[in-house]
Write a protein that binds this ligand. Structure first.
Ligand code: PLP
Length: 390
């Protein structure tokens, strides 16, 4: 049977060959800890990989980190990044504003903080998954300590007006935290230009790195205002019993996932060579083809924006009248070898917004390594399953 991977919004696959090669090389030929040795050649090589990965991430996302890569914190994923920022900054009595299109990696920490006395306001997005233009400026008329929002929905691909949001937040002096899990490596973002307080990214989606990688690009002043989420050994200032406040050590206690960081470094190098514009163009083309094909299927209910030029990424979720999305996903996988993702996509709030809670939807997310032929085959396969039922 064929094997077609259309779940790139969950994690990109395959990775460029250089990525597993770098992980393998690190584990077989390098393998020393970072900043926790005798400064041997192997120790320095490990440190060098971490420095390079940091610098490449800074180059991609811009900002203060470009001049000084210590303002890049390397984490395990964007969930980890968001937890560092939200729990490190928000205290009881503060007010946080977010949107109704967030992933649980934003919603769950906020709900927990709400239990501890943080005020949380969720701005309602439209039925197509967009934040209405006036709602943020109106919300910020009230005293607000932080805005946190996703750049793009992992359910329906809606891209939020992040430039406008950044401008509104800057005017009010409110720190803006952005979850760029779906846009990192696809849409250009410059943290400093936009005045973002903290950009939280994940390494295993559009950056093509291994799972277990991610990070934060900080505004230095905002980093100072956040407490570390975990404390412990950093390989630095070992005579002190308290966590260093110097960056990047402040937020990086414990041995990092070095093999994965080596892979992330190779992925970022591949990304630089390939170019995010070329990647985005190819994915957009595949997405448009998929969208057209899906819309030609009888009983199709596609979520989000379609065919009207509204900013979106190729993350398509849908239901077909009278069909269960979980069953459809299983049939596509078992009978046609197509991998998709049904259900709620860790985003119950977004599905409530789109009117698909609790049943969820079936999501197809093409990636750079898919082909037009695979998209056509997928549309044909869904049509067959739908027609068989009629
Ligand atoms: C918008 C968004 N935020 C957060 C996450 C969580 O990513 P990770 O599991 O890498 O932390 C995802 C992953 O699906 C996502 O799409």
């Amino acid at each position: 049977m064929r094997h077609i991977y259309l779940n790139n919004a969950a994690t990109t696959w395959p990775k460029p060959q250089e990525v597993p090669q770098a992980v393998f090389d690190f584990m077989t030929r390098a393998g020393a800890n970072a900043a926790r040795g005798s400064a041997s050649e192997r120790d320095l090589k490990s440190l060098d990989i971490v420095f390079t990965a940091r610098a490449r991430a800074a180059k991609l996302f811009g900002g203060y980190a470009k001049a000084n890569a210590k303002y890049v914190t390397l984490t395990s994923n964007v969930t980890h990044s968001l937890n560092i920022v939200l729990r490190g900054f928000l205290k009881p009595g503060m007010r946080a504003v977010t949107t109704s299109m967030e992933h649980n990696s934003v919603v769950r920490p906020l709900r927990e903080l709400q239990e501890q006395g943080v005020l949380v306001d969720v701005l309602q997005c439209s039925l197509r998954g967009y934040l209405p233009s006036k709602s943020l400026s109106e919300a910020l008329l009230e005293k607000t300590d932080l805005v946190v929002m996703t750049h793009c929905s992992n359910v329906c691909g809606s891209v939020q007006p992040i430039e406008e949001a950044a401008e509104i937040c800057a005017r009010r002096g409110v720190p803006l935290v952005v979850d760029c899990a779906q846009t990192g490596g696809l849409l250009p973002i410059d943290v400093q230009e936009l005045g973002i307080a903290a950009l939280c990214f994940t390494g295993h989606k559009g950056l093509f790195g291994p799972q277990g990688t991610g990070g934060i690009i900080w505004n230095p002043e905002f980093a100072e205002r956040c407490a570390p989420l975990i404390t412990g050994g950093t390989g630095s200032l070992s005579h002190e019993e308290t966590q260093p406040t110097l960056m990047p050590d402040k937020f990086e206690a414990g041995t990092p996932n070095l093999p994965a960081i080596a892979g992330l470094d190779a992925a970022l190098e591949w990304l630089e060579k390939t170019g995010i514009t070329a990647i985005a163009a190819k994915e957009e083309q595949l997405g448009r083809r998929l969208e057209e094909g899906l819309l030609s299927i009888k009983g199709m209910r596609l979520l989000g924006a379609a065919g009207d030029g509204t900013p979106r990424l190729p993350v398509y979720a849908f239901n077909v009248d009278g069909m269960d999305n979980g069953t459809l996903a299983r049939d596509l996988s078992d009978q046609y070898g197509i991998e998709s993702r049904p259900g709620l996509h860790c985003s119950p709030l977004a599905h409530r917004t789109l009117g698909t809670f609790p049943e969820g939807a079936l999501r197809l997310s093409p990636g750079y390594f898919n082909t037009e032929e695979e998209i056509d085959y997928t549309v044909q396969s869904i049509s067959e399953l739908v027609n068989r039922r009629l």
